[in-house]
Design a protein around this ligand. Structure first.
Ligand SMILES: C[S@@+](CC[C@H](N)C(=O)[O-])C[C@H]1O[C@@H](n2cnc3c(N)ncnc32)[C@H](O)[C@@H]1O
Length: 435
């Protein structure tokens, strides 16, 4: 999870981990420049000569602008990063598929989320944007959606090293080159995005990045900002009906519905509900959410959870946290230690607690964050020796992990194995003594 100002918080630390790069320090050695000579373009795969800052002491490297106008079928991509990171990105086999074959991605193969999807497809048949009172533009679905339905699968158009080293004027100069070098339509798309400050043309490009950026980690540990312009039109809600994740291999961002999205009966204009994502963890405390959103994105959240006020929101979250910790300790405390209050709970009461926890998540609109709860439920049912309960909740957990973290998540086979042979799991019948 990143906690950078102005970033959607997201967990993609594993980005490009397959390189196992040694990047403790950055070298400004010109051999690191991504300049591959060929007859047609001596900077290939980049479309222009990289333009670089001086070496920045803090990162022991320069930062350079790299643009490919052919990336992802001509959508284009500009990077503002170190030569080392650019080189590693260029050498990635997964990365190169987006230069060569942009038509599909590995998402969803053999997963509950359906067949392969087309990246950067013209998805305007599925959604549209329109002004939302008090929020600028927002995104709406053209027809009702079910949980797991794909809304967007897109590549970024700008990736920039997350730094606080350059002064705003210098940063703006480089980012302006990065945007100017993009293909015309992509550049126009960027320029139409919302900006954090409306009347400051001198910092417009970076203020636009700040309002629309998703945080990603490149080359193992370098925080970068990425702009995915379609998802940028989605406003925040603390009970979001959609969720994004970024595929570490292909840099593709997927946005899917996390619950049924239907007709919004509040309006008489035949619109479906507005599609929303969370810019910060919806499980954070009310005040932390409000502070983060106003500091980083310049708005006060007026979603249903926030509107009911700090006290009611904290009470709901406290009940969630208390149930979670009570259930967790009922798993870890030995069933034979009768002095432990949690182990003295009856089987019926732990089942009631876990079912209550699931209902609370649903009531709070946290359907995108169910995976840890379903995993806990699988363990609780295992602890009372219920094969049926384990099977039901492992299935739900796997689907929820795929939705939030992706079908390649390494925990999935472990949970599937547990469902196959629950008797061999450490949690099996841990509580059986207490009926
Ligand atoms: C990524 S953009 C979202 C789309 C934006 N509304 C637009 O017009 O393009 C982020 C900006 O949208 C606005 N915004 C997003 N969610 C909001 C919300 N729940 N309430 C009010 N404004 C919101 C804020 O101005 C924020 O800086």
């Amino acid at each position: 999870q990143q906690n950078e100002e102005g970033l959607y918080q997201l967990d993609s630390d594993q980005l490009f981990q397959s390189f196992k790069p040694d990047l403790q320090t950055e070298s400004s050695d010109s051999a690191d420049h991504v300049v591959v000579a060929n007859d047609n373009n001596k900077y290939a795969p980049w479309s222009y000569r990289p333009i670089c800052t001086d070496v920045l002491e803090e990162i022991d490297s320069e930062l350079c602008v790299y643009t490919s106008t052919t990336f992802a079928g001509g959508r284009g991509l500009s990077l503002f990063t170190t030569p080392r990171v650019a080189k590693q990105m260029m050498m990635s086999s997964a990365w190169s598929t987006l230069f060569i074959d942009d038509s599909s991605s590995s998402d969803s193969t053999n997963s509950a989320l359906g067949p392969k999807v087309e990246v950067n497809a013209d998805d305007t048949a599925k959604w549209y944007t329109k002004p939302v009172p008090g929020k600028g533009m927002g995104m709406f679905a053209k027809s009702p959606l079910d949980r797991g339905d794909l809304i967007l699968a897109t590549t970024p158009i700008l990736i920039a090293f997350s730094e606080n080293i350059l002064d705003a004027t210098t940063r703006e100069e480089y980012l302006r080159v990065a945007i100017d070098q993009l293909p015309g339509q992509t550049r126009d798309t960027y320029q139409r995005l919302a900006s954090l400050s409306k009347d400051k043309p001198e910092t417009r490009i970076q203020d636009t990045a700040a309002a629309n950026t998703f945080g990603i980690t490149l080359a193992g540990h370098f925080a970068h900002l990425a702009v995915f312009p379609e998802a940028s039109r989605m406003n925040h809600d603390c009970s979001p009906n959609a969720q994004f994740r970024i595929d570490n291999e292909t840099l593709t961002q997927y946005v899917r519905a996390v619950r049924a999205v239907g007709d919004d009966n509040k309006n008489n204009d035949n619109d479906n509900e507005e599609l929303t994502i969370a810019y910060t963890s919806p499980l954070d405390d009310w005040k932390d959410r409000q502070d983060y959103l106003s500091r980083s994105f310049g708005f006060r959240c007026g979603c249903a959870r926030c509107r009911r006020g700090q006290k009611a929101d904290s009470e709901a979250l406290s009940e969630i946290y208390n149930l979670q910790s009570s259930l967790q300790s009922s798993l870890t405390s030995s069933s034979s230690s009768s002095s432990s209050s949690s182990s003295s709970k009856t089987t019926g009461s732990v089942v009631a607690e876990v079912e209550r926890l699931i209902r609370l998540y649903e009531r709070e609109g946290l359907q995108g964050y169910m995976d840890p709860v379903y995993c806990l439920a699988a363990l609780i049912y295992s602890s009372i020796g219920s094969k049926r309960g384990v099977g039901k909740y492992v299935d739900l957990a796997v689907e929820a992990i795929e939705l939030r973290l992706g079908p390649e998540n390494q925990d999935i086979p472990i949970w599937k194995e547990m469902a196959k042979q629950p008797e061999r799991h450490w949690s099996w019948k841990r509580r059986k003594a207490k009926q």
